[in-house]
Design a protein around this ligand. Structure first.
Ligand SMILES: *Cc1c(COP(=O)(O)O)cnc(C)c1O
Length: 467
């Protein structure tokens, strides 16, 4: 064994102790570490001939690399709907690296770690009050979850014409209907060979809404003259957290032949709260659902899951199976994740989620979700009270979409946001909503409190004075 490796092995406990200290120093200072910085390095570092060993590498990380990193798990990182990491989720994430399983099969030479994934998906179904008619699995993010779900939908579409698109390629025009798809669904259409422009836009409900207009949807369905289609619907659009009417869509599903997908990357968590679960009423009728865990579940990146109805498992295997050998027997008995998801090798991504759910239970997450929504309302009220901001949409959930008041100030929005983000006290995302330049603040992090809102409003006022 190489001497540096041998040295590391002999000192592993000590090295991990120092690593823990590095991590704790970061986490204990999240409040004061900036949410943005202008630090840079010259990334052309020479590769060592002789290694330095982990301790020296850790020192170099601390000096050169750590200053590049921002407080994204902190309480005032409000961009991109980014969650933080709870203690339990970090425990699970660390152990996922330590145990380093290749999570594929349920019963075989490969180990049984997929049972942990099954159990975790089952806990998530309980959290979201969804029936166990869904099968699920972990992927890196909602983008891959949308991709996985829409890939099965594509196979379903081919089957309606007696065709196997997975084997023979796409040979029919695939009809997609959607109103306000997330950019990652559009990207998935591109990756799936359907085409990122090949979808029909359904009107949204009038009056500052992003949800599907059901009457227009039905008209567009009728225009298809009985042809099958795929519906991409939303449980929480990013700008205004709007929800499609799932009970109405479920009724349409009785009359028409379509695959129903729901992107509920963050909005799906409305199901956890008695106060907000009405938003997702009827969603259990969907064929597939996308949910992110690195957003409102507050586990480290990369973590999301897909849910696809069990009745479609053969379509899913046709889409993703890893060999051309026909699948023998009951697919659920010989289950192997490598036949139902894009990746073959996968880490034990379920573990951070398992730890989180076991550690904090339904009440812990209900509390995070309801508190985030209250904070969004609180921030929106503070913006309105300030007088120089206007909300671009009502607060339905945890996102606040706003801008500078007055059309004459539209040209100042970008400069305002840049200056605000440059303070390092808070981070928000630019957006465009109804042809207006806007700013989006998302409340998802379990650490955020009212004091953070006071800090941010104060910074915003100072910047306005000098704009
Ligand atoms: C964040 C988000 C996505 C993409 O998720 P990633 O985890 O970044 O891949 C998709 N849909 C919605 C509604 C989102 O909010």
């Amino acid at each position: 064994m190489n001497s540096k490796l041998q040295h590391d092995l002999d000192n592993f406990e000590n090295i991990l102790e120092k690593t823990k200290q590095q991590g704790i120093d970061f986490l204990n200072n999240l409040e004061t570490i900036p949410t943005s910085n202008k630090n840079v390095i010259d990334p052309k570092r020479d590769l060592n001939e002789l290694g330095l060993g982990s301790e020296e590498a850790l020192s170099e990380f601390k000096e050169r690399l750590a200053p590049l990193l921002v407080s994204s798990p902190g309480p005032r990182y409000w961009g991109f709907v980014t969650g933080g990491s709870t203690p339990a989720s970090i425990v699970g994430d660390w152990l996922a690296s330590v145990y380093d399983q290749n999570t594929q099969s349920v019963t075989s030479q490969g180990g049984n770690s997929a049972l942990i994934e099954f159990e975790t998906i089952n806990l998530l179904l309980q959290l979201l009050e969804l029936p166990d008619s869904f099968l699920g699995g972990f992927v890196t993010g909602a983008t891959m979850s949308n991709f996985t779900s829409l890939a099965v939908a594509r196979q379903w579409f081919g089957k309606q014409f007696g065709k196997d698109f997975a084997k023979n390629g796409i040979s029919e025009t695939i009809n997609i209907l959607t109103a306000t798809p997330h950019s990652s669904s559009v990207k998935s259409l591109s990756m799936l060979g359907i085409g990122s422009q090949n979808y029909t836009v359904v009107k949204t409900i009038e009056g500052n809404r992003e949800a599907l207009d059901i009457a227009d949807l039905e008209e567009k369905i009728k225009a298809l003259n009985g042809k099958p289609f795929i519906l991409i619907s939303s449980a929480g659009t990013v700008n205004t957290a709007d929800f499609d009417d799932f009970e109405a869509i479920a009724e349409l599903k009785e009359k028409y032949n379509f695959w129903w997908h729901i992107d509920g990357a963050f909005g799906g968590f409305a199901a956890v709260s008695e106060k907000y679960k009405h938003y997702v009423k009827g969603w259990e009728g969907a064929d597939s659902i996308t949910i992110d865990c690195h957003k409102w579940l507050n586990v480290p990146y990369e973590s999301a899951f897909y849910l696809v109805k069990k009745e479609h498992v053969n379509l899913q295997i046709e889409t993703f199976q890893n060999s051309n050998a026909p699948y023998l027997g009951n697919p659920l008995e010989n289950f192997n994740y490598l036949n139902v998801v894009p990746e073959n090798s996968r880490r034990l991504r379920a573990l951070p989620v398992w730890f989180s759910l076991v550690a904090y239970g339904k009440e812990g997450f209900c509390d995070i979700i309801e508190k985030s929504i209250l904070l969004a309302l609180h921030f929106a009220n503070a913006l309105v009270d300030e007088g120089r901001f206007e909300l671009l949409a009502p607060i339905r959930l945890n996102n606040v979409c706003f801008t500078l008041k007055g059309d004459e100030n539209q040209e100042k929005v970008t400069a305002f946001l840049t200056e605000l983000n440059d303070t390092g006290k808070v981070f928000m995302t630019p957006t465009v909503y109804q042809n207006k330049k806007g700013i989006r603040a998302s409340f998802v992090n379990w650490r955020t409190n009212e004091g953070d809102i006071r800090i941010v409003i104060k910074e915003m006022k100072t910047i306005l004075e000098n704009l």
